[in-house]
Design a protein around this ligand. Structure first.
Ligand code: NAP
Length: 307
């Protein structure tokens, strides 16, 4: 098959190492489905993640990036359950396996869910990573409840946009943050308020909240413990929060693939509560340009690749 692969990170965040080339056809292992890829998506920083070995520590380069995508099941490995050949599916792959930037991907069947019927393959590919990361941040780790106030740092991005929608669905009051240029987009996605975190006084503008969900990191994360109410929580997908406070919970986590949670998200997409946020679409052959554009051009939402 044809795939995008990378030997090891080099140059700007590894992006210059991406090569569009022939690769071995993936074989579905026990519990896997083989999916013909219709669309794939990625996180701009994923080439910097420590995923160039498998879980046993063996070098697995060259690897295929793009942890999420959509497509059609064309074969099943022994014991694969919950999907059938011909199903239209989407999903998030274990980051230690080859991803979706290819014509075919072998993925654990339990990581897949039926593609929402209300969106096409390109839109569906934009959902799993952002949807599952935000679902797990808000509900598994943040314990968000109706009536609480939440800050989403980076609310104009792929992860943050879906977080705003999920939190509104859960009955929270949502303050989205980002650069001033993201204001209109964040309010359109559904945030109740927007705060520009490039202003020095952003902490005062936010006030005290029950939960902070951070998808920016750096100085924004460092200043965030101060805006959490006693008994509240700070959840970051960027780095472990640092604080002396013992009256708040702090969590840093890496998202897990989950077909079960993705099924719940499928229902929210089909009822219009969660919408895909596709900022740009590139042919798979132009994956390098796509990674570079998403990393440097402030493209809102997700960038999608089509084989
Ligand atoms: N731990 C996990 O499991 C996990 C899973 C998924 C993603 N992530 C991480 O989450 C982050 C967000 O992912 P994404 O796909 O949503 O990326 P994204 O689409 O680029 O979104 C990031 C958003 O934050 C904004 N932003 C970044 N730095 C900022 C700053 N200093 N001040 C104000 N706004 C800033 C960006 O604005 P501009 O575009 O204008 O810069 C963008 O709107 C990534 O770093 C990724 O590595 C972690």
């Amino acid at each position: 098959m044809i795939a995008v692969r990378i030997e090891k990170p080099e140059g700007f965040e590894g992006i210059e190492g991406l090569v569009y080339e022939d690769a071995p056809d993936p074989q579905p292992s026990i519990g896997d489905a083989l999916v013909q890829v219709r669309a794939a998506s990625f996180t701009p920083t994923e080439l910097t993640w420590p995923l160039f070995t498998d879980r046993a520590g063996h070098d697995r380069a060259p690897l295929i990036p793009a942890h999420e995508g959509s497509g059609v099941v064309v074969a099943l490995g022994y014991g694969a359950a919950g999907v059938s050949v011909g199903d239209e599916v989407y999903g998030l792959i274990d980051g230690y396996r080859d991803g979706w930037a290819a014509e075919y991907v072998a993925i654990e069947a339990r990581s897949l869910a039926p593609k929402p019927t209300s969106v096409d393959f390109v839109e569906a590919a934009a959902i799993p990573q952002a949807g599952l990361t935000s679902w797990q941040a808000l509900f598994d780790h943040g314990h968000l409840e109706s009536g609480q106030t939440l800050v989403v740092h980076g609310a104009g991005g792929g992860v943050g946009s879906i977080a705003v929608e999920l939190a509104r669905w859960a009955g929270a009051h949502v303050i989205g943050t980002g650069r001033a240029s993201a204001r209109q987009r964040v309010l359109e996605v559904g945030a109740d308020d927007f705060v520009d975190v490039e202003r020095d006084d952003w902490g005062t503008a936010v006030g005290q909240v029950d939960l902070v969900y951070d998808a920016i990191g750096g100085d924004v994360l460092a200043r965030s413990p101060a805006i959490v109410k006693p008994g509240g929580a700070l959840v970051s997908v960027m780095a472990p929060p640092q604080t002396d406070r013992d009256d708040i919970r702090t969590v840093h986590f890496v998202r897990d693939p989950s077909g079960a949670q993705l099924r719940a998200i499928t229902r929210l997409v089909d009822e219009g509560t969660v919408r895909p946020h596709v900022g740009a679409v590139y042919p798979l052959a132009h994956a390098r340009e796509a990674f570079m554009a998403k990393s440097t051009e402030h493209i809102p939402g997700k960038v999608v690749l089509t084989p």
